[in-house]
Design a protein around this ligand. Structure first.
Ligand code: PLP
Length: 377
C-alpha cells in the first residue's frame, strides 16, 4: 500500500520525532577541535584527568564523586549496552514502561528475552508501570530484580523523577542487592526543584548506582559521540558469593573493548567547561527549553493533554478520545505531515500517546503548531 507522505500532496513534512538537533554544533566546541587538531596525543583510557576533574567539580559539586570514578566514553548508548553485558543473562532486569527502547533491546540481545513470569523467575524483564496513572513515577516491584533502569528526565515522557521516588529506589536497590543504571542524559534541561540531576544526590546511591550522562543533547553534539559514566568505587557486585568492585570490572571491560575517547574530541568537550563554552551551551539549552515551552503552552491552550516539556525538550501528548497511539501518529502524519513517534514504540505503557521533541528549528515548530490548529482535534 502506498501512503502519501510529504511533498506529493501535502506540505513538506516536519520532523518532530527525532531528538537529534538539526542545528549546527556549538561554535566554541568546533573551534576548540580545530585548534587541537594535530596536537592531541594518546591519553589515559578513562579520559583526560583534567577534564574528569572539571566534570567532578562542575557536575558533582558537594557530592561524593571523585574524578577517578568518572569514565569518558563514546556515548550513553554504548555504555548502557556494555554495562548490562557485565551481568549474566540470568539477572532480572526492571524497566519502566514506557521507557527508552534501547534498555529493552540491549537486554534482549544479552539473552533476557522473556517477561519475568514466563522466564520462570530467572532472567527476563519486569515491567514497571510508569504511565499517566502512576504520574510517570515507577515504583519498586514485588519481585526481586537485579538490574534496574531509571531515566530522569525521561525519554519519552519528558518528566523528571522526584527526590522521594529516587530515595525509594536507592533503598530498594540496597535491600535487594540490585544495581541501578541511572540515565541522566537529559539532566542539563532539568528545571523542577524537587528532581535531582544526579542519583548521587541521594544518600547511599554510591553503593548501588551507576550514572550515565551524555554530551549529545547540549547543543548539536550528538555526532561527536561523547558521554561519561560514573562507576563509584564503593559499588560492589556479587559473583558466586564473592564481592567484586564494579569499578574494576568496568575499567577492565573498557580497556578490552574501547581504548578511550580520542583526545582530540576531549579537547572539544573541555571547551564546554570554559566560561565561553558554558555561556554558549547555556544559551543553546535555553533555546531548546524555549521551543519546548512554546509547544507545550500552545498545545495546552488548544485544550490538549500534554506532559513533559519542562524538564526535557520532549513532550508526551495524549491522543484524542478513542484513538490509539498508532491512529494518532498516522493522523498527524497523513493529515498534517507531522512526524512524531507512537507511544507504543516505548512499551505498551505508551499506548494512547505520541512523543514530540522540540529539537526542530523554531520556524518549523511554529509551522507545526499552525497545522495542528487547522486539524481542530
Ligand atoms: N539515553 C537517552 C534517554 C536518550 O534519549 C539518548 C538519545 O536519544 C541516549 C541515552 C543516547 O545518548 P548518546 O548520544 O550519548 O549515545
Amino acid at each position: 500500500m502506498e501512503r502519501v507522505l510529504a511533498g506529493k500532496k501535502g506540505a513538506p513534512w516536519i520532523d518532530l520525532s527525532s531528538p537529534l538537533e538539526e542545528e549546527a554544533p556549538l561554535a566554541f566546541v568546533t573551534e576548540a577541535l580545530c585548534k587541537a587538531a594535530g596536537k592531541a596525543h594518546m591519553g589515559p583510557l578513562q579520559g583526560d584527568p583534567a577534564l574528569r576533574k572539571e566534570i567532578a567539580e562542575c557536575e558533582y559539586a558537594g557530592l561524593e564523586i571523585s574524578p577517578g570514578e568518572i569514565f569518558l566514553s563514546d556515548g550513553a548508548r554504548s555504555d548502557l549496552f556494555h554495562l548490562q553485558e557485565l551481568f549474566d543473562a540470568q539477572n532480572t532486569v526492571a524497566l519502566p514502561d514506557p521507557s527508552y527502547p534501547f534498555y529493552l533491546e540491549s537486554s534482549v540481545i544479552a539473552g533476557r528475552t522473556k517477561p519475568w513470569r514466563k522466564s520462570g523467575g530467572y532472567g527476563g524483564v519486569v515491567y514497571l508501570p510508569s504511565g499517566e496513572a502512576e504520574q510517570f513515577e515507577p515504583k519498586p516491584p514485588r519481585e526481586s530484580v537485579d538490574l534496574i533502569y531509571l531515566c530522569s528526565p525521561s525519554n519519552p515522557t519528558g518528566t523528571a523523577l522526584s527526590r522521594g521516588t529516587l530515595e525509594t529506589w536507592v533503598d530498594f536497590a540496597r535491600k535487594k542487592e540490585a544495581v541501578l543504571f541511572f540515565d541522566a542524559t537529559y539532566a542539563p534541561f532539568l528545571q523542577s526543584k524537587d528532581a535531582p540531576s544526579s542519583i548521587y544526590a541521594i544518600a547511599g546511591a554510591n553503593e548501588v548506582a551507576v550514572e550515565v550522562k551524555s554530551f549529545s543533547k547540549r547543543g548539536g553534539l550528538s555526532h561527536l559521540r561523547c558521554s561519561y559514566t560514573v562507576v563509584p568505587k564503593s559499588l560492589k557486585v556479587k559473583d558466586t558469593g564473592r564481592l567484586h568492585s564494579l569499578h574494576a570490572l568496568w575499567e577492565r571491560q573498557q580497556a578490552l573493548r574501547f581504548r578511550g575517547v580520542p583526545p582530540l574530541l576531549q579537547s572539544g568537550i573541555f571547551a564546554l567547561y570554559t566560561p565561553e563554552g558554558r555561556r554558549e551551551s547555556a544559551a543553546r539549552i535555553a533555546s531548546l527549553q524555549g521551543k519546548s515551552q512554546k509547544l507545550l503552552n500552545a498545545l495546552r491552550k488548544e485544550g490538549h493533554t500534554v506532559y513533559g516539556g519542562t524538564d526535557a525538550p520532549l513532550l508526551w501528548w495524549k491522543a484524542p478520545e478513542g484513538l490509539s497511539s498508532w491512529d494518532f501518529f498516522l493522523l498527524l502524519l497523513e493529515k498534517a505531515q507531522l512526524v512524531t513517534l507512537p507511544g507504543t514504540r516505548f512499551g505498551m505503557g505508551g499506548e494512547g500517546f505520541v512523543r514530540l521533541s522540540a529539537f526542530a528549528p523554531l520556524e518549523k515548530i511554529e509551522e507545526a503548531l499552525e497545522r495542528i490548529k487547522k486539524l481542530s482535534l
